[in-house]
Design a protein around this ligand. Structure first.
Ligand SMILES: Cc1cc2nc3c(=O)[nH]c(=O)nc-3n(C[C@H](O)[C@H](O)[C@H](O)COP(=O)(O)OP(=O)(O)OC[C@H]3O[C@@H](n4cnc5c(N)ncnc54)[C@H](O)[C@@H]3O)c2cc1C
Length: 255
């Protein structure tokens, strides 16, 4: 989706700077007045919108702003949660299902990436992607132990894996994949409208009412756009209505 996104932004008059790192936000009189990049460039604008993770934003803000009364101190309290992805290549098709959610097992998701020879599900060899969220217990393990653990689960749920030869494997551990959505974490998630007049914060970790997902990140961006339009005197409702809460969830939410 990055290419269509780049085309959209360029078509609408935006400049996208790749391989550019923000290193400092300049703040004066409760307003952001400039942003410094790693190549020494200083950018200024009417509004500033951060889409950085909390630890990265923390590094950009002057210490007195973080320690001040604006609520930025909560950025120090975010913890992260790992996600581990395991990719396995087999000498045969191991399932016709495109994706599988597993309950009560170490592997949580199986995505059937189909045959390496044929993108339909009809080729001889095959390739699956497995995902484990909140995979803290896997972080100290080496790739071969993780692959063995994954194969143990797969042999149970996909019997054809028992006969299949593993042609290759890749394990990718993302130790800080998302913020850790623990009970009570909503207390520290900041609103998109910050204490600095012209500075807005988006990101899956901001107060969206959603767990750290792509949907949450997008919703926070829409909310920032609404806030900026409002400042410009063009108030507009962009955020899609939230999904209705199912009766069971409403009931659980009462406790
Ligand atoms: C392995 C994995 C699997 C996932 N699977 C799913 C899934 O199935 N479904 C789902 O909904 N979500 C999934 N997620 C979560 C999803 O990717 C995030 O919720 C989403 O990307 C958060 O978007 P964001 O814009 O808040 O932050 P990010 O996507 O983290 O974007 C932050 C950006 O800031 C940039 N940045 C950091 N510091 C600086 C700096 N100083 N200057 C400039 N740029 C900087 C980073 O390079 C990054 O591009 C997954 C995440 C991982 C890691």
């Amino acid at each position: 989706y990055t290419e269509p996104c780049l085309r959209f932004l360029t078509r609408h008059g935006s400049t996208v700077r790749l391989r550019s790192t923000a290193t400092r936000l300049e703040v004066a009189s409760r307003r952001v007045c400039g942003i410094l990049l790693n190549d020494g460039t200083r950018l200024t604008g009417d509004y500033y919108l951060s889409s950085l993770p909390p630890d990265a934003l923390l590094k950009l803000l002057p210490e007195e702003v973080v320690d001040g009364s604006g609520g930025f101190g909560s950025l120090r309290h975010f913890e992260t949660s790992p996600i581990t992805a395991i990719y396995l290549w087999f000498d045969r098709q191991v399932t016709q299902l495109k994706q599988v959610a597993l309950l009560g097992r170490k592997i949580q998701w199986i995505f059937n990436k189909a045959s390496s020879a044929d993108s339909s599900l009809g080729g001889e060899d095959s390739y699956v992607g497995l995902v484990v969220s909140a995979s803290r217990k896997l972080l100290p393990l080496g790739p071969s132990a993780i692959v063995e653990m994954a194969l143990d689960d797969l042999r149970e749920v996909l019997p054809s894996v028992r006969e299949a030869a593993v042609l290759g494997s890749v394990v990718i551990k993302e130790p800080s994949a998302t913020f850790s959505c623990r009970a009570g974490c909503d207390e520290i998630r900041p609103k998109q409208k910050s204490a600095l007049e012209n500075f807005f914060i988006s990101g899956d970790w901001t107060a969206t009412g959603w767990p750290p997902t792509m949907e949450g990140a997008v919703r926070s961006g829409y909310r920032c756009a609404e806030l900026i339009l409002e400042r410009e005197g063009h108030a507009s409702s962009i955020l899609q209505p939230d999904l209705p809460t199912a009766r069971l969830s409403r009931w659980i939410g009462r406790f």
